[in-house]
Every structure is written in structure tokens, then in C-alpha cells.
Design a protein around this ligand. Structure first.
Ligand SMILES: *[C@@H]1O[C@H](CO)[C@@H](O)[C@H](O)[C@H]1NC(C)=O
Ligand SMILES: *[C@@H]1O[C@H](CO)[C@@H](O)[C@H](O)[C@H]1NC(C)=O
Ligand SMILES: *[C@@H]1O[C@H](CO)[C@@H](O)[C@H](O)[C@H]1NC(C)=O
Length: 447
């Protein structure tokens, strides 16, 4: 689903013959696609959506995945915990004592993007993003086999360096996914047996993870799903999905717990569940989901601000937050926490700051699509300023598009046509080079 137009162009110009095979991670199909439809050895053309197919590593014979790791510094003394293969989670922050394995997929996207930038200063800054850990989104079942490759590489790296590796994933494939949005529906529908297909998707993740007990896996569970059940049950698609979402999330938690995956359930952000009227209902739902899954010790807590733009701590409230006393993520977390505890869920948090570098750029708090002027934010770190927050993380891989601005596209969402959304945006999930470049140049702290 990730388009690499510049890379494809470079290959086409560099070669006098029309290339017969697309490179690993290159596009290999989709509506109006004129290029190669087969992939180089070691990768398989994988259908993503009607607009995009991509060469994903598919055989073990000639992997080009490069590995590296990035240690995020810990403010604590760094007690290392044992590998998470048992039924009971180690106490404490799951990140402590581990190095975050860098997604080879995102690193490849970034390397390609940087190579397409002519300004050498900007290109160097862009290239440095490849060393910053992000989460890898498993937003379709066809991508699950690549997790095995990453885990194998992380395991090998851990053994060769003596530093234990942690792989960050997003579990994101619910049937009737993203029930309150117009554009981001997934591959499964409830009407078409999506619940059983989802169980199979989870089983496949579990099989991969089980094979590498020395690698720790941290997962964000199903962005937006439970938050939609808190505030959007008046949307028919959400009301119809409620039982299925709860059953599927429960299955995900229980099964991922059996293989020691540390989980953070997605909890929207300050401008969604952070409104004081929403805190109680949110705490009630998250507490219920946690208890229904046997109060698994591997459910470490909640993830907030995934793919959003809010500050962790705003120096002053953005005017668009007016009326919400929880106008930044730390306030939201601090005020949600006691309500979760009273529901029996002593949750810790991780917070996405990947695109939060620049504040006061939105016309309305609900604007989420390729917001103009955004910059990369605080780097992933365990120094969070709050005992409730395990880590600042980058969940959204910056540069991957939020949604198309093409009003004729069947996946067009009106948020992507607002005046504070970046124009000329490609389909959701595909690479948005111009947007990536502004994230780089507006990064705060700078790159
Ligand atoms: C990465 O994984 C692939 C597939 O398992 C393997 O062929 C390759 O050697 C690994 N690379 C490293 C650096 O471990
Ligand atoms: C659902 O309720 C919210 C809050 O009252 C409202 O803003 C929204 O427009 C409603 N949506 C639908 C589809 O009725
Ligand atoms: C916009 O979407 C329509 C419908 O899919 C397509 O025919 C058209 O080529 C797209 N326009 C651009 C500029 O991509």
C-alpha cells in the first residue's frame, strides 16, 4: 500500500530498458499502474487495495532487509527483565533494558524518500529519520509473514550484540474497521465472516511471535476502535460493530498474552476521550475490556495520540481546545488514570509524539488529515516527565499519507479536503513525499 513514486522514477531513468521486476517494497500493481507487475527474487507482489499492490519480502532466499537498532535512553536504573514467554508479565516498564528494533520497512521508505531530495542538508536530515524507531502497522493479513522476518532479524541482532531487542507493532485489522470514518475501512467486513477472519489474523501473528521468545513485542491494539464505542455508537456502522469489536479485541488480548506481547489499548486522544464528560465512560469501557480478558498482566495500559498532533505538554492551550480542561495528552492521562484505577485497571501509558513537533496548526481539534505545517516531534524516549507514561513513542510512521485529497476517489474523506489539510495527497497509507519533507524541515527538536 505504500507508493514510492520517486524511487520508481529513478529506477526507470537509470535503466535504458523498462524494468521487468519491481524492487522490494516497490509498487507492483493497482488501478492505472503501468509499471512492473512482478517482483524481484525474495519478494512477492501483495495486494493491498484497489489502488496499490506492493512487493513484500516473501521468501527467505534473498532478503534485503537491513537491521539496526536504536537504544532509547532510560531515566531509571535499568533493571532488565527476563524474556516474556511466560504467562505472567514482568513487572515494570516493558521498554526498560531493551533496544527498539528499527522497522526495515520504514527505513527503506525513508531511505528512498531522502534519496529523492536534492537539497543536501534536508536530504541528510531526512535520512536520519530512518534511525528513529516507529511502529510497524499490520493492517492486513497478507503482511503478517513479514513480522516473522523482522523477528528473525531482531533475534539475530540481539544474539550478535548481546542487547535484547524489542519490536513495536500495531494490531489493526478489525472487521468494519474505523466505523465512524469515511475512508479507512479495512479488508474485513462483519457481513462477510470478518470475525472469523480476524481470529485467523491474530492466530497468524501469534504463530510468528511464538517462534522468537527472545524478542520482546510491544503492541498497540486497534487504533480508534474502543474510542469509537465510547462516543460514536450513534453512528450506525459503529453500533452494528460493537459486539464484534469487543469479541475481536478480547480475542486479540487473550491470544497475544499467551505469547508474552506487552499491550497498550488505543485510547484516542485528549480532544476525543479527554473531554471531562467522556473520561468516565471511557474508563468504564477500558476497565471492562481489561477484566473480560482476565485482567491479563500483559495489558500494560493505554496508548494515546496515535497518528494525531497533540502536544504531550502544551505551553499554553491551543485555542481549538477551548472548553476542554484536558487540553494536552499529559492532562488527559493524569485525569483518566484515577478513573481507570477505580475500574480496577491500573494502566500505564505510551504517547505518540511522532507528528506533534509544531502546535497551533489546526482550524479545529477534530482535523486529522495530513495537517499542514506539522513537524516530527519529540524523539522516542523513556524520559517522559510522568510516572504514568512508560514511553514517548512514534506510532504513526511520518510520511505515510492519512488520506487522499482527490474528491473523486471513492475513499475521499472530507477532512482531507479542509483548508488545513495538505493538498495533492495520495491514497491513505501510501507515501506522501511532500508531506514527509515538511515533517523533516519543521521537526521540533530539529533533526
Ligand atoms: C533477516 O531475516 C531474513 C529472513 O529470515 C534472513 O534471510 C536474513 O539473513 C536476516 N538478516 C539478518 C541481518 O539477520
Ligand atoms: C452523534 O452524536 C454526536 C454528539 O452528540 C454528534 O456530534 C454527531 O453528529 C452524532 N452523529 C450522528 C451520525 O448522529
Ligand atoms: C482522482 O480519482 C479519480 C477516481 O478514482 C481518478 O479517476 C483520477 O485519476 C484521480 N485524480 C488524480 C489527480 O489522481
Amino acid at each position: 500500500m505504500f507508493r514510492l513514486p520517486s524511487f520508481v522514477a529513478i529506477v526507470a531513468f537509470a535503466s535504458s530498458t523498462v524494468f521487468a521486476q519491481a524492487p522490494v517494497y516497490g509498487q507492483c500493481g493497482g488501478q492505472n499502474w503501468q509499471g512492473a507487475t512482478t517482483c524481484v527474487a525474495g519478494s512477492v507482489c501483495t495486494y493491498s487495495n484497489a489502488y496499490y499492490s506492493q512487493c513484500l519480502p516473501g521468501t527467505a532466499s534473498s532478503s534485503t532487509a537491513t537491521t539496526a537498532s536504536s537504544t532509547i535512553s532510560s531515566s531509571s536504573s535499568g533493571t532488565t527483565s527476563s524474556p516474556a514467554s511466560s504467562q505472567t508479565a514482568a513487572a515494570g516498564n516493558p521498554y526498560t533494558g531493551y533496544s527498539i528494533f528499527l522497522s526495515p520497512f520504514y527505513a527503506a521508505e525513508v531511505a528512498t524518500a531522502a534519496a529523492a531530495i536534492s537539497d543536501s542538508t534536508l536530504a541528510a536530515k531526512a535520512a536520519s529519520v530512518a534511525k528513529i524507531p516507529t511502529f510497524t502497522w499490520f493492517d492486513q493479513v497478507a503482511k503478517v509473514p513479514t513480522l516473522g522476518t523482522y523477528l528473525a532479524n531482531a533475534s539475530a541482532l540481539g544474539k550478535s550484540t548481546g542487547t535484547k531487542q524489542l519490536v513495536q507493532i500495531v494490531v489493526y485489522d478489525l472487521p468494519d474497521r474505523d466505523c465512524a470514518a469515511l475512508a479507512s475501512n479495512g479488508e474485513f467486513t462483519i457481513a462477510d465472516g470478518g470475525e472469523a477472519k480476524y481470529y485467523d489474523y491474530i492466530d497468524q501473528l501469534v504463530t510468528q511471535i511464538k517462534a522468537y521468545p527472545d524478542v520482546r513485542v510491544v503492541a498497540v491494539i486497534e487504533p480508534d476502535s474502543l474510542a469509537n464505542l465510547v462516543t460514536n455508537l450513534n453512528v450506525t456502522k459503529c453500533a452494528n460493530a460493537q459486539t464484534t469489536y469487543l469479541a475481536c479485541v478480547n480475542y486479540a488480548i487473550e491470544q497475544l498474552s499467551t505469547v508474552g506481547v506487552y499491550q497498550y489499548l488505543d485510547a484516542g486522544h485528549a480532544g476525543w476521550l479527554g473531554w471531562s464528560a467522556n473520561l468516565g465512560p471511557a474508563a468504564q469501557l477500558f476497565g471492562q475490556v481489561y477484566k473480560n480478558a482476565g485482567s491479563s498482566s500483559f495489558v500494560r495500559g493505554l496508548a494515546t495520540n496515535v497518528a494525531n498532533y497533540n502536544a504531550l505538554v502544551a505551553s499554553s492551550p491551543d485555542p481549538i481546545t477551548s472548553g476542554d480542561s484536558n487540553y494536552d495528552e499529559q492532562l488527559y492521562i493524569t485525569n483518566l488514570s484515577p478513573q481507570l484505577i477505580s475500574q480496577g485497571f491500573n494502566a500505564q501509558f505510551i504517547v505518540d509524539q511522532g507528528r506533534s513537533g509544531v502546535q497551533n496548526i489546526r482550524n479545529a481539534w477534530g482535523d486529522w488529515c495530513n495537517v499542514k505545517g506539522a513537524g516530527f516531534g519529540t524523539r522516542p524516549t523513556l524520559t517522559t516527565g510522568s510516572s504514568l507514561i512508560d514511553a514517548i513513542v512514534w506510532v504513526k510512521p511520518g510520511g505515510e499519507c492519512d488520506g487522499t485529497s482527490n474528491t473523486s476517489s471513492p475513499r475521499y474523506d472530507s477532512h482531507c479536503g479542509l483548508s488545513d489539510a495538505t493538498p495533492n495527497a495520495p491514497e491513505a497509507g501510501t507515501w506522501f513525499q511532500a508531506y514527509f519533507e515538511t515533517l523533516v524541515s519543521a521537526a521540533n527538536p530539529s533533526l
